[in-house]
Design a protein around this ligand. Structure first.
Ligand code: SAH
Ligand code: DHB
Ligand code: MG
Length: 230
């Protein structure tokens, strides 16, 4: 095979995402509607890809999650994938900064029949997390998905250590950002925050973790998976 140009490589990655997602993780009406509602409301197209949503679902199911804490709801696309992984009586809380995003996401969750499973709470997560933690019976959460403002990722991981339990799983989205994360001279707070998060995870004895880079419909990016050991 001759070497691809950059454009050919991207087209190939996109074709593979379409192939895999079409066979293994096709959007149903509720997922398609959630994306369409986000588009109609002018939201950026930054929901996880379908095959990534399915991975979140599979990780949560495999782990046996009954409670999920998500940060960054947007249109509710990843929220639907994760909420569908929960058994009867399971519960998901998704923290979202924007009232507008939350309104759209709640309607999409209702359309998906998940309004009694998933709850969207608004406000900056660093303000809603302490309120959540103060509620009787809050946590421990079995599964965390962090996909909001990247600069606060280290704080979110610290919260997961407080709100999780041994065996809880943490997934963090967008931990590669076109490779920017490997640049020690990065100044973008999203990148420096993510690097700080990696370093925190690396030195935290209560966590074991890895990160995987991805290509496809969302460009070159990746996700981190961690498990709370103790
Ligand atoms: N998880 C979604 C995509 C989330 S996009 C999916 O894959 O379908 C990131 C979201 O995080 C946006 O809706 C943005 O409003 C929200 N966000 C940004 N900063 C935040 C903060 N400080 N607290 C909570 N949510 C935040
Ligand atoms: C951005 C945020 C995301 O969560 C994502 O998956 C892709 C891009 C962004 O803010 O640019
Ligand atoms: Mg993301």
């Amino acid at each position: 095979m001759t070497e691809d140009t950059w454009e050919q490589a991207q087209e190939r990655w996109l074709a593979v995402d379409r192939y895999v997602t079409g066979l293994l993780a096709p959007d149903d009406d509720a997922l398609t509607s959630a994306l369409a509602a986000g588009d109609a409301a002018g939201m950026p197209q930054i929901s996880v890809a379908g095959n990534h949503g399915k991975l979140l679902y599979l990780l949560a199911r495999t782990q046996g999650a009954r409670s999920v804490l998500e940060i960054g709801t947007l249109a509710g696309y990843s929220t639907i994938w994760l909420a569908r992984a929960l058994p009867e009586g399971g519960r998901l809380i998704s923290l979202e900064y924007s009232e507008d995003h939350a309104r759209v996401a709640r309607a999409s969750l209702e359309r998906a029949g998940l309004e009694s499973v998933a709850e969207v709470r608004t406000g900056p997560a660093l303000e809603t997390l302490p309120k959540l933690a103060a509620e009787p019976g809050a946590g421990p959460f079995d599964f965390f998905f962090f996909d909001a403002d990247k600069k606060n990722n280290p704080r979110y991981v610290e919260w997961a250590l407080r709100l999780g339990r041994p065996g809880s799983v943490i997934v963090v989205d967008n931990v590669v950002r076109g490779g920017a994360v490997a640049d020690p001279d990065a100044v973008d707070p999203a990148v420096t925050g993510t690097r700080e998060m990696y370093e925190l995870v690396a030195r935290e004895p209560r966590l074991e973790a890895t990160a995987v880079q991805t290509v496809g419909s969302k460009g070159h990016d990746g996700f981190l998976v961690a498990r709370i050991v103790s």
